[in-house]
Ligand binder design. Structure first.
Ligand SMILES: [Zn+2]
Length: 289
């Protein structure tokens, strides 16, 4: 099995999330630590580090929609910008470039950025995605078998110290202590947060001009800077036109719609096309010395 081979070749990357000791692949079916804590490698090609499945806040439908939106080119500028910035950074000290995504969901961002890096850097790139949602990881492993996928809690991540020169955290909560631990000393943390204009047309259609306009990006950025030295900051902004199926997928994938008024939601879902602003901020951080 392809994923078993990939995991066996990179056993040293893992550490037991329970007792922190090193791990080995046993019989190609599970990853075991020296104290016999054991985590299954699913037949579907992902590792499961959670003994109890997390409560599903995000369902299968949401990840399917995110996959569709990602493959429609919605995040193309973002992926291009990030991979270009990484390529400019140049050498990563080894032939194989390891890039992890903490909170990877269904893996589209990681897969896309990895593809671009392979082209831009003419080097092999190992993608490693972790997410607490089994539904997301299941889809990731199915769509992108060339990477390593883990159902794991990023607050107790199954990775050894200083494993990754590159760590992504895209539109997803952070655990900076863990990020600092698993990031290589000269590594780069790349965090994507929504900008003030992100999906403003959808927000206004769902909540009108008055409600829910809060922009939390300044707070998020301040928190980032408490833990990492901000070495670069990029703003990605464009307007994309979505057809009706894409509009439906956008509505399904965004938490914006979860508390929206039913009537307004219905109106949006009946639109034949919608223009929306994609405004994202990319924060590039390094460990503070
Ligand atoms: Zn253990």
């Amino acid at each position: 099995m392809r994923s078993a081979g990939l995991i066996a070749a990179h056993e040293e990357m893992f550490r037991c999330p329970i007792c922190q000791s090193g791990m080995k692949l046993a019989d190609g079916q599970s990853l075991q630590c020296s104290r016999r804590h054991s985590f299954d490698l699913s037949r579907r090609g992902y590792l499961n580090f959670l003994s109890h499945p997390a409560k599903a806040k995000y369902d299968k439908q949401l990840f399917e929609s995110r996959k569709r939106i990602c493959s429609s080119g919605f995040f193309e500028l973002l992926h291009e910008g990030i991979s270009e910035r990484i390529a400019q950074e140049g050498s990563f000290g080894s032939e194989l470039i390891k890039i992890a995504d903490a909170g990877c969901g269904e893996g589209s961002h990681l897969a896309r950025i990895r593809e671009k890096l392979i082209r831009k850097m003419s080097a092999p790139v190992l993608g490693v995605g972790a997410d607490i949602s089994k539904e997301g990881i299941l889809l990731a492993a199915r769509e992108h078998p060339q990477a390593i996928w883990c159902v794991a809690d990023i607050a107790r991540s199954p990775f050894a110290d200083r494993q990754f020169p590159l760590l992504l955290n895209m539109l997803s909560p952070s655990n900076y202590a863990e990020f600092r631990r698993i990031l290589a000393d000269d590594g780069m943390l790349i965090k994507v947060i929504p900008g003030s204009g992100y999906l403003q047309e959808l927000r206004s259609a769902l909540y009108g001009q008055t409600g829910r306009q809060g922009d939390a990006s300044a707070d998020t950025e301040a928190r980032f800077r408490e833990h990492f030295a901000l070495v670069d900051r990029e703003s990605v902004r464009c307007i994309v036109t979505l057809d009706r199926p894409a509009t439906l997928h956008l509505v399904r994938m965004t938490p914006l719609s979860w508390q929206a008024d039913e009537e307004r939601l219905q109106k949006v879902m009946e639109m034949n096309a919608m223009e929306v602003t994609v405004h994202l901020i990319v924060l590039y951080g390094k460990k503070q010395s």
